[in-house]
Design a protein around this ligand. Structure first.
Ligand SMILES: Cc1cc2nc3c(=O)[nH]c(=O)nc-3n(C[C@H](O)[C@H](O)[C@H](O)COP(=O)(O)OP(=O)(O)OC[C@H]3O[C@@H](n4cnc5c(N)ncnc54)[C@H](O)[C@@H]3O)c2cc1C
Length: 507
């Protein structure tokens, strides 16, 4: 019998596999594709997920040490001046999804995870003790029994369907978008901004959703080659059997959106090159993230517009939120209800992503009323408080899980602390073990019953908190600012330890 089977070796399935392996569980990953996909999807990671990768030592593997937050970003094709925020919560890591997946693949292999490629999940039933899976592999069909099964099998999740979990939401079919790698003659390049100088429009900034009366135009000069896309209102229905997209379709769409025939040429350099026509947009949220011994992560649990790049911020943090709780359940020390907190914590965050991506889609739609709304919104975006609110929402910095105390850090993503000896919290969290950071030097005794599960980190820090209990997913489960915590605070610490990490050993 397997402990955990994960369907899907996309980014979220692989991340979950790594988290489980760090917590001492060996999951088995089934992936229906025989080879890693070369499909282009995400162009970058946006928000707390960048710091999550740093906390696992994975940022280094993709791009070296983590940099400062971004000075600007966009919301609904409107510029967010992040210099107005304090603190600025929005980190961005501009790496394509296939590189993230390759890195996670490599990490999973190092951690001893078995990934069976060319093995497709086709059937699922569960009883009180286990889940039975039907799988079709290169040698034919076979069966597996597993104590838990996780569907990380994407927006069309077979796991979700087989587990009978509804996927309510809306499928909007009014929009049509074209995206392709392509080049534009040098005379259109604006050297100063990196954007495009287009007759009738001045300079269109790079990576900016440029909105006209008929649609959207985006010029994204990525290091691997520029990506150009448009979005318009669809004037027909999907035929169900459309031919592959051509560069001419993009050229024609640009002319409709910009009123100018931009001479887009085929891309240069090594592929794979993208040519993608997308009709409509799906916004859906699984009715539950858990059904008995079956759980969902990532796109299997939620799909929404890719505007602003929130997908992996949500999905990879789902994986980090689920990994340690599922491992604790399998190790037998999970307190009652721990696994259910995966859904009670993560689903409201997915609801917020659905909300903000729908709000952005409304802001980029054509129409005079929308233009008026954008004018008003533009005025609001000059107010630092508004920019802070939106940046916190997009990054996930506004997430607060249920706190144990009224300390402002409690329930929040643990700040990027640097200890007095120069050690960064991000270096201490690579093992994904829970940590009690004790800068009072007096809390070691309180941890006595949990030393097998929670590590004590003594030291000093210049920050306001004098002690923090940090969960493996990076969130604070208890905090104090007292130099000598009193019995009430100590009791709250013991309660938090028991709530998240189970009974003490000597109890
Ligand atoms: C055009 C586009 C642009 C995007 N841009 C961004 C961006 O800039 N930033 C961002 O953060 N996000 C972006 N996203 C979203 C991001 O790509 C997704 O959120 C992400 O791919 C979800 O990962 P996943 O692991 O949940 O699912 P997937 O990546 O879909 O992986 C699921 C895996 O499961 C496998 N599978 C499916 N069925 C089975 C089965 N029955 N048995 C075994 N295996 C199975 C599939 O082959 C696949 O490998 C974008 C998405 C799109 C479409």
């Amino acid at each position: 019998m397997e402990d955990v089977v994960i369907a899907g070796a996309g980014p979220n399935g692989l991340m979950l596999a790594c988290e489980l392996a760090l917590a001492g569980i060996r999951p088995l990953v089934l992936e229906r594709l025989p080879e890693p996909t070369t499909e282009n999807r995400a162009n970058g990671l946006v928000g707390q997920v960048v710091r999550l990768l740093d906390r696992r030592g994975l940022h280094d593997r993709l791009a070296g040490p983590i940099g400062p937050p971004a000075p600007a970003f966009v919301f609904g094709a409107m510029r967010l001046d992040l210099t107005l925020t304090d603190p600025n919560p929005l980190n961005i890591l501009g790496v394509p999804q296939r590189r993230v997946e390759a890195m996670l693949n490599e990490r999973a292999a190092e951690l001893g995870v078995e990934v069976r490629r060319g093995h497709e999940l086709t059937g699922l039933t569960q009883d009180a003790d286990a889940v039975t899976l039907d799988v079709t592999g290169p040698e034919g069909p076979y069966r597996l029994r597993t104590r838990y099964h996780v569907g990380a099998d994407g927006g069309r999740s077979v796991t979700r369907k087989l587990a009978g979990i509804d996927f309510p939401g809306v499928t909007e079919d009014r929009t049509l978008s074209y995206t392709a790698n392509g080049t534009v003659p040098a005379e259109f390049a604006d050297a100063e901004s990196g954007g495009l100088r287009v007759p009738g429009h001045g300079v269109i900034p790079p990576f900016f959703h440029y909105r006209t009366g008929t649609g959207l135009f985006v010029y994204a000069p990525f290091p691997a080659g520029p990506l150009i896309s448009t979005m318009e209102l669809a004037d027909g229905e999907e035929s169900g059997d459309e031919p592959p997209m051509t560069l001419d379709e993009l050229r024609a769409s640009i002319e409709r959106v910009l009123g100018f025939a931009l001479p887009v040429e085929p891309p240069t350099g090594d592929g794979p090159h993208l040519l993608r026509r997308l009709r409509g947009r799906n916004t859906r949220l699984a009715a539950k993230f858990r059904e008995g011994r079956v759980l969902l992560v990532g796109d299997a649990a939620h799909v929404h517009s890719a505007i602003g790049g929130p997908g992996l911020n949500l999905g990879l943090q789902d994986a980090a939120g689920l990994g340690w709780k599922l491992a604790a359940t399998l190790h037998g020390w999970a307190p009652a209800g721990l696994l259910d907190t995966y859904e009670s914590e993560r689903r409201p965050i997915a609801e917020r992503v659905v909300m903000q991506t729908q709000a952005q889609s409304a802001l980029i739609a054509p129409g005079l009323e929308v233009t008026a709304l954008r004018e008003l919104f533009g005025e609001l975006l000059r107010l630092p408080g508004t920019v802070q609110h939106i940046a916190d929402l997009m990054s996930g910095a506004d997430v607060r899980y249920e706190p144990a105390t009224d300390h402002p850090l409690d329930g929040r993503w643990a700040p990027d602390l640097v200890l007095a000896d120069g050690t960064r919290l991000a270096e201490l969290t690579r093992t994904a073990r829970p940590l009690l950071l004790d800068f009072t030097g007096s809390l070691g005794d309180e941890l006595r019953g949990w030393t097998d599960r929670v590590d004590l980190v003594p030291g000093r820090t210049p920050g306001d908190a004098t002690a923090l209990l940090v969960r493996p997913d990076g969130y604070v489960a208890w905090a104090t600012g007292a130099t000598d915590p009193d019995e009430t605070e100590r009791k709250a610490l013991r309660t938090a330890l028991e709530r998240w990490f189970g009974h003490p050993l000597d109890a």
